[in-house]
Design a binder for this molecule. Structure first.
Ligand SMILES: Cc1cc2nc3c(=O)[nH]c(=O)nc-3n(C[C@H](O)[C@H](O)[C@H](O)COP(=O)(O)OP(=O)(O)OC[C@H]3O[C@@H](n4cnc5c(N)ncnc54)[C@H](O)[C@@H]3O)c2cc1C
Length: 506
């Protein structure tokens, strides 16, 4: 007899496990109090995972498989995944030999917790193995995403012409994908699922599982099974992909999703496979290149074939040490408004407020608004990691941590990024229309009305000069700083210090 564990982020009905129905196989799905408590998560994130697990258990039963699905209410509950599995093994195995199998976990914590319990099989989800990135960059100090991405294009034959060269004559169309927001632009209607997850919400209440963010338990919009995930993907290909590239870096008032796909939750729970997403985008371009411009399609595919596989490889190459990295030794606790959205900085108010309301912010909000401010202000990366891991619907440590510590906070000292992603208010102003509604003035550098990003930008570079000035990508910043009049430099630093002292009131 075989007992097979299915984790909450392994809801892939196409896995080879399910090709045949076997009497001697029992599938186990658990709501685990330990997993729900190890970090405080957004309500919608918990509801999405638990509803997804429930739907998957239902799907397997309908398909004829033997299923053990324990909710938090199940009297046999032991709390942790491992203890539940052992208890179930004990229950099922009286008099029979019973083997445990599980799919390779993506999170280091879970991988450790399940060591030695049974046979680990591939999850069949990614386009690389855990160790592929480390092998690709063996002997190199930095892991350049672009070189990995090009190798992935070749290995998987994606967007190549007949001679094996990149379609359109170049590998990367990033420079075409940076338009600022045009408020006259029509944004496609949002795709929404409709679930009633009040019962799960009540269960979480009963078990006093800590959570934050808005609930939306009576009309839950996230895809929770494969057919909904495919519907969301089709909606994106039809309506979002054509302008995905152009507005990829845009910031817009009143638009939560712009032309972004929102498929990260479906991908990370494995309801969608990255290969089918990439194929859908490439096929759209091959059939109708006028509607689907190559820069948009290449830009979208790069996120999945490149960034997503790359950050996973970084995670497995660097854990567990990666979780301790703090290159700038930043220690500042997060201000209260990171948990309420009540700040006067309009861009932060929108990004944090939306994250609390929708459990979602698009990449440029995560990177160049929230992450940017966090790095300028020197937030403690451990606390910030917990914030990102908790708040977003798609947050799993293998993808959240390299993005937060690495790409966004440069806390890894340059493993993921060649230089810190920081900007003054000018970048946020250029990319969108938040500044028009802000209590601060983006053009002022010091004084009560000055946009806090402006002085903090210089404060960040000044205080971290010993760690950054030899980086060729930031040398120009120090040349500009050195050319400023000393009293202007002093005023900027003083104003930044004032902002940091009063950070809860910004
Ligand atoms: C500080 C920070 C934290 C992040 N945390 C997470 C996280 O916990 N989980 C997560 O899935 N993504 C994370 N990202 C990456 C990215 O912001 C999200 O994948 C994206 O915003 C999800 O929305 P979407 O599906 O509409 O993406 P789209 O913009 O439509 O992009 C399509 C897909 O590409 C993939 N992708 C895009 N950028 C990245 C990236 N940098 N790393 C990995 N995959 C990427 C995602 O699967 C995404 O669904 C983070 C980025 C930053 C800067």
């Amino acid at each position: 007899m075989i007992l097979r564990l299915i984790l909450g982020d392994q809801l892939n009905p196409l896995h080879s496990w399910f090709r045949e129905v076997r009497e001697d196989v029992v599938y186990a799905l658990f709501e685990s109090g330990e997993e729900l408590r190890y970090a405080p998560h957004h309500r919608q994130k918990m509801l999405a995972f638990l509803h997804g697990i429930q739907q998957f258990a239902h799907h397997l039963r309908q398909s004829g498989h033997r299923v053990e699905y324990w909710t938090l209410d199940d009297p046999r509950q032991q709390g942790s995944l491992r203890a539940n599995l052992e208890a179930l093994k004990h229950e099922l195995s009286s008099g029979t030999d019973l083997e445990i199998e599980y799919q390779e976990p993506d999170e280091y914590r879970v991988d450790q917790a399940l060591q030695g319990i049974g046979t680990c099989v591939p999850s069949e989800h990614f386009l690389t193995e855990r160790g592929t990135l480390a092998t690709h960059f063996a002997g190199k100090k930095t892991y350049l995403m672009e070189s990995f991405y090009r190798a992935m294009r070749v290995r998987h034959g994606v967007l190549l012409d007949a001679s094996g060269q990149p379609e359109g004559g170049t590998w990367n169309f990033d420079s075409d994908n940076r338009a600022s927001w045009d408020p006259k632009q029509h944004v496609p209607a949002e795709w929404r699922a409709h679930h009633d997850v009040r019962e799960i919400d009540a269960r979480l209440d009963r078990h006093e599982i800590p959570r934050w963010g808005d609930a939306l338990a009576d009309d839950f919009p996230w895809p929770c099974d494969r057919s909904e995930s495919l519907a969301l993907l089709n909606h994106f290909i039809q309506f979002g992909l054509p302008l995905f590239g152009r507005y990829q870096d845009a910031l817009a008032e009143g638009q939560d999703f712009l032309f972004h796909s929102r498929i990260s939750f479906a991908l990370n729970t494995k309801m969608l496979h990255p290969r089918e997403v990439i194929e859908a985008a490439e096929t759209a371009w091959r059939h109708d290149p006028e509607t689907y411009p190559l820069p948009a399609v290449e830009g979208f595919i790069r996120q999945i074939l490149g960034w997503r596989e790359y950050v996973r490889g970084i995670y497995w190459a660097q854990m567990p040490e990666y979780a301790e990295l703090n290159y700038f030794n930043h220690q500042r606790p997060l201000p209260d408004w990171m948990y309420t959205g009540k700040t006067q900085m309009r861009c932060m108010q929108v990004a944090v407020g939306q994250s609390l309301r929708a459990a979602y912010a698009h990449h440029i909000q995560r990177l160049m608004v929230v992450g940017n401010f966090a790095l300028l202000a020197g937030f403690d990366p451990r606390e910030l990691d917990a914030w990102y891991l908790g708040i977003y619907i798609d947050a799993l440590e293998w993808v959240e941590m390299p993005n937060t510590r690495g790409m966004s906070q440069y806390a890894d000292g340059g493993i993921v990024g060649t230089n810190p992603y920081v900007s003054s208010g000018a970048y946020i102003h250029k990319q969108g229309n938040h500044c028009a509604n802000c209590a601060y003035s983006v053009t002022e550098k010091v004084g009560a009305r000055a946009c806090p990003f402006n002085a903090l930008y210089w404060h960040f570079y000044a205080r971290n000069r010993p760690l950054l000035e030899r980086n060729p990508r930031v040398g120009m910043v120090y040349r500009t700083w050195d050319k400023m009049k000393p009293d202007h430099r002093e005023a900027l630093l003083e104003h930044a210090e004032f902002n940091l002292l009063n950070i809860n009131k910004l």
